[in-house]
Design a protein around this ligand. Structure first.
Ligand code: ADP
Length: 686
């Protein structure tokens, strides 16, 4: 080959090399390559364009992400300073070794690994989330962007990885996930739904709880403001729309309650809270919570109604308590002005009637409060319902007679209805129903009291031909303070608690009561059912009944009260019954009288000068005469604790002022008879 030809060939080769160098340079400039491996030599970017090379070096040096390049065989050909720091090695020590000398890579799962490999293969780039365990001993969550390195001809020569430490981000995301889970748990357990509305697309994200507030048990797809308003009760729609509008305009938070209609047609209450989030000036999203508050609403309504009833009750109570005072005062005036026996007698009757009315009111009040507090205890016994009905009739007869009403009794024979019951309380129940029948039936009307056995129950009915009860009121008459009509014309004196008391007492006996009426002026029927004792008809124990034949005559009664008038009027009453009486006005005198007078019955006021009634009773019980004496406490206080204190002091009975003379009188003969028994027993040595 001639010299010229040799030179030409050399020039052609140099041109080729130049072309290759230029291609490589342009590849490096365009960022496709970070380093070159030629044969066993590694060429970094030093040889590229000086200024762009420096820039690259600076950028790589300042990057917080680790940048690592490997050749095809996985040998390291480049590490930036961040990689050196992270993996605890210098580039010069690491180059030529494999990347596995820097860290071990852990994948969340094999799928992710395969996906990343496929992506790299297909696109030349892949992104992956892995955990790196560095040889320096750190565990770091990384996000790696891996790209293929190619040579000038486009042939793959290795990989470049930009490895971002996302451990902090992972931790924050985990904390965020946890706090979201907490929030979800709390919202769910508090029954709070949540929703998030994009105002530009009107698409809403909402929890299942949210959907449940509208009566759905499965998530509802395609929720939107339109769907929401379709569920809002028509009567509430306008106000809810206005609420949204104002808060959108003002950009303010809002809260409201409204009714929604569920798919089954039922009406429910929801409470909604919301806030608006802006994107710059424009409202972008609405976020909110929603709770179903139907139960709370009904409880609130019940409370409001109870509050109204209480106010009405207090007004009625004031009225009812004041009512009897005027006639009592008038009667007293009359008694002062005249000695004419008939007028005196009628004045006395007025006082008695009015007083009885007041006592009845107060007793009912005390009873209802005791029942409400669970403080009433029944004293059940085997009793014949017939006895109860007769006693109730006796109690109500004066009222029925004063109204000239006709009372018909349709009663079974004795011993046909044996129940286990507290006879005083059952008498109270039936007398209450009879009194109501008399009160709410015009003068001259008819009342029928009936009783029969039905399916193991004593069924007692009280029917009248009176005002009747409107159908709407029937379910409510047994509610506390319920009165059909509070107008004065209909008012018959009462607080609206009598039937509540009846219901509670009957239920305490395991029974039931219900009311029927065909409407206004068509009369009413009240039916009480109390279980009978199975198979023991005819075996009721005969109860000792006080009769007028028992010997009061000469019975010694001691009356102790610091109120002289009260003591002497009570004494007069006992004397009229034939008793002998002694009086004392303080505790010590009471003990003295008990010793010397040795009464069979001593009635002691509790609040006494000197020593209290309790102390006096204790001392009297120590006396020989005091052991068998019937001791009765009289007090203004009638709570169970007061009764217990009296019994503990040695009293046999505790009566609440004003004393029911009948009760006192009823006690007396029975006690005398018992005493006789006791003396007989002692005498016969049994
Ligand atoms: P009150 O003290 O008002 O009589 P009750 O609880 O005994 O209270 O009765 C409640 C209401 O039920 C009465 O106010 C009355 O309106 C109605 N009521 C009770 N019994 C009768 C009846 N026999 N006939 C008509 N209405 C009645």
């Amino acid at each position: 080959m001639s010299e010229e030809a040799r030179l030409r060939a050399e020039i052609t080769e140099l041109r080729g090399q130049l072309q290759e160098a230029e291609d490589t340079l342009s590849a490096i400039r365009s960022g496709e390559v970070d380093a070159l491996v030629v044969g066993s030599q590694v060429y970094t970017l030093e040889s590229a364009d000086a200024s762009s090379n420096r820039l690259r070096k600076d950028v790589l040096a300042q990057m917080e992400d680790a940048v690592v390049a490997c050749d095809d065989t996985g040998h390291l050909i480049y590490l930036n300073p961040a990689a050196e720091a992270r993996y605890g090695t210098s580039a010069s020590a690491a180059l030529g070794r494999t990347w596995t000398d820097l860290f071990e890579e852990r994948w969340p799962n094999d799928d992710d690994r395969q996906k990343a490999a496929d992506e790299l293969e297909k696109n030349g780039v892949s992104r992956r989330h892995t955990l790196q365990l560095t040889r320096a001993g750190a565990r770091i969550h990384v996000e790696t962007t891996m790209s293929r390195l190619k040579d000038a001809s486009g042939a793959p020569i290795g990989h470049l990885s930009v490895i971002r430490d996302v451990t902090d981000r992972e931790r924050i995301e985990a904390a965020l996930r946890e706090s979201r889970a907490h929030l979800r748990f709390m919202l769910d357990s508090a029954g709070v739904g949540d929703w998030d509305l994009d105002l530009s697309t009107l698409e809403a994200r909402h929890s299942l709880r949210h959907d449940q507030c509208f009566g759905y048990s499965e998530p509802v797809p395609g929720w939107s403001p339109r769907v929401f308003f379709a569920h809002v009760h028509p009567d509430d729609r306008e106000f809810v729309k206005a609420r949204f509008k104002t808060s959108l305009e003002a950009g303010s938070d809002w809260t409201f309650e409204c009714r929604v209609i569920w798919p089954d047609g039922s009406i429910h209450w929801i409470e909604v809270h919301g806030a608006i989030y802006r994107n710059g000036e424009e409202p972008a999203r609405m976020l909110g919570t929603i709770v179903e508050v139907t139960r709370r609403k009904s409880v609130e309504e019940a409370l409001r109604s109870a509050d109204r009833s209480k106010d009405e009750f207090l007004a009625t109570l004031a009225h009812e308590l004041r009512n009897p005072l005027a006639p009592i005062r008038n009667a007293l005036e009359i008694m002062q002005l005249t000695r004419e026996p008939q007028t005196l007698d009628s004045a006395r009757h007025i006082i008695e009637r009015q007083l009885r009315q007041m006592i009845h009111l107060v007793d009912d009040l005390l009873d209802i409060s005791r029942i409400t507090q669970g403080k009433i205890e029944l004293r059940p016994d085997r009793i014949d319902m017939l006895t109860v009905l007769h006693s109730a009739v006796e109690t109500s007869r004066p009222l029925i007679e004063s109204r000239r009403q006709e009372l018909t009794l349709r009663l079974p024979p004795a011993d046909a209805l044996i129940v286990r019951a507290d006879s005083t309380r059952l008498v109270q129940v039936i007398a209450n129903l009879l009194n109501n029948a008399a009160k709410y039936t015009p003068e001259g009307g008819r009342i029928v009291l009936g009783a029969r056995l039905d399916a193991g129950h004593a069924v007692v009915t009280v029917e009248d031909s009176g005002l009747g009860i409107p159908a709407a009121m029937l379910p409510r008459v047994f509610d506390m303070f319920a009165q059909v009509d509070r107008s004065l014309e209909r008012s018959q004196g009462g607080l609206g608690i009598g039937l509540a008391l009846v219901k509670k007492l009957v239920e305490m006996h395991g029974g039931s009561v219900h009311a029927e009426s065909e409407g206004e002026n068509r009369g009413s029927r009240f039916t009480v059912r109390v279980p009978t004792i199975a198979g023991c008809a005819g075996s009721a124990r005969a109860r000792p009944r006080p009769t007028d034949a028992l010997p009061y005559l000469g019975t010694r009664v001691l009356i102790v009260d610091d109120n002289v008038d009260s003591a002497s009027s009570l004494a007069t009453m006992f004397e009229l019954l034939g008793c002998r009486t002694a009086l004392a006005h303080d505790g010590l005198a009471a003990v003295r009288e008990a010793e010397t007078f040795a009464p069979e019955l001593a009635v002691l006021d509790i609040g006494l000068p000197g020593i209290s009634g309790h102390e006096a009773a204790r001392r009297i019980r120590q006396l020989p005469a005091g052991r068998t004496m019937l001791l009765v406490a009289v007090s203004g206080w009638g709570q169970d604790a007061d009764r217990t204190r009296s019994i503990e002091a040695g009293f046999d009975h505790h009566l609440v002022k004003p004393v029911d003379i009948e009760a006192l009188r009823g006690m007396l003969p029975r006690r005398v008879v018992n005493n006789v028994h006791r003396i007989d027993r002692t005498a016969s040595g049994r």
